[in-house]
Design a binder for this molecule. Structure first.
Ligand code: AMP
Ligand code: MG
Length: 328
């Protein structure tokens, strides 16, 4: 049983194919990088449309499977940028229709989490899902991912990208900020730390970091202080969620999970509560088609394909609105 998955929520047009055990046969992608500024939704969609056929052909060649061996077509139905989402949906509907096989509508956030759970071999972990568009601390409980804490304004990755842009660094900013922070002398400058209950807010931190930079503070120092503050906020919420749920595993996923300092902090928090910690492998931290294919496989096994009439994109589809039909 092979499932093909299509990711197109934001910057990445990704196609992956997994087998019935969830093993990845191929994971190919084309990534749109804006020439300046942040992601422009229409430009991202144009990029995806332009590269779709080549990425699909490459995926099929790499996996060495003929199209007729594929038993389901999965796509990111949301959340994401509407013009970009539409490209993936159109490709998925066309393929599923032409091959006369089930169409599987995947929630992008669930896909990140389930792929991380697969790679980390975690049973029912507390999950820190930290990406360009999402910041959520969550765990699966009675059929849904329940959100313990999340950002009240911008996502952690988005905040890092916006600061980077201000500092003249190209998109994506997270990895560049990480390098610069490593080059700092560890001279922490105080920045606003905002945890409200279990929720987080990053826009005040962003403004203050920009101000610090404009006052002439070394970029390395600001990057270091920004990371220390933002990641400590995340670690605090993870710690409280862990104390509350008594989960024995913590995993991190989403693009920001690639950050070594963040991993170090979450590792400390987890071990203080006798829990294990693991991150999704670097290669799969960001958006990819294989995670959509894998989530599609879970849906196919649970007989949860969708008719064409229910395949409209859901740009605001929240993680905690998704019924999880598979067992953990
Ligand atoms: P995603 O939305 O899951 O594809 O992840 C993209 C986000 O992850 C962007 O905001 C990146 O800046 C961020 N990111 C990628 N690598 C790192 C890193 N090493 N440290 C911090 N953020 C990162
Ligand atoms: Mg993502």
């Amino acid at each position: 049983m092979l499932v093909l998955g299509i990711e197109s929520t934001a910057h990445t047009l990704g196609i992956g194919i997994v087998n019935g055990e969830g093993q990845i046969l191929t994971e190919t992608r084309a990534v749109y990088t804006p020439s300046e500024g942040g992601i422009h939704p229409r430009e991202a969609a144009e990029h995806h449309q332009k590269h779709a056929l080549a990425v699909l052909q490459r995926a099929l060649e790499e996996a060495q499977v003929p199209l007729d061996k594929i038993k389901g077509i999965a796509f990111s139905q949301g959340p994401g940028l509407p013009p970009a989402l539409r490209i993936g949906a159109v490709i998925a509907r066309s393929l599923a229709g032409a091959l006369k096989i089930p169409l599987l509508g995947v929630n992008h956030c669930v896909a990140h989490i389930e792929q991380a759970r697969y790679f980390c071999q975690a049973k029912n972990p507390l999950v820190a899902y930290l990406s360009g568009g999402n910041t959520q601390i969550t765990t699966l409980e009675t059929g849904r991912y329940r959100i313990f804490g999340e950002t009240l304004d911008i996502a952690l990755g988005n905040m890092l990208d916006m600061f980077a842009r201000e500092a003249g660094l190209h998109h994506p900013g997270g990895p560049k900020i990480e390098k610069l922070a490593q080059q700092s002398t560890g001279d922490y400058q105080e920045l606003p730390y905002t945890v409200k209950g279990m929720d987080l807010a990053f826009s005040g931190l962003l403004t203050a970091a920009k101000r610090l930079l404009s006052k002439g503070t070394r970029l390395e120092t600001v990057c270091y202080s920004l990371q220390e503050t933002a990641f400590a906020m995340v670690a605090e919420v993870v710690e409280r969620a862990l104390a509350h749920t008594r989960r024995e595993e913590v995993i991190a996923t989403g693009g920001v999970a690639a950050n070594a300092r963040l991993g170090e902090m979450l590792q400390i928090v987890a071990s203080e509560h006798s829990a294990s910690f693991d991150s999704v492998p670097l290669q799969y931290a960001g958006d990819n088609g294989a995670m959509i294919a894998y989530n599609g496989l879970l849906l196919l096994k649970a007989r949860k394909s969708i008719p064409l009439s229910e395949s409209t994109i859901l740009p605001k589809w929240r993680l905690d609105q998704v019924d999880i039909p598979w067992e953990v």
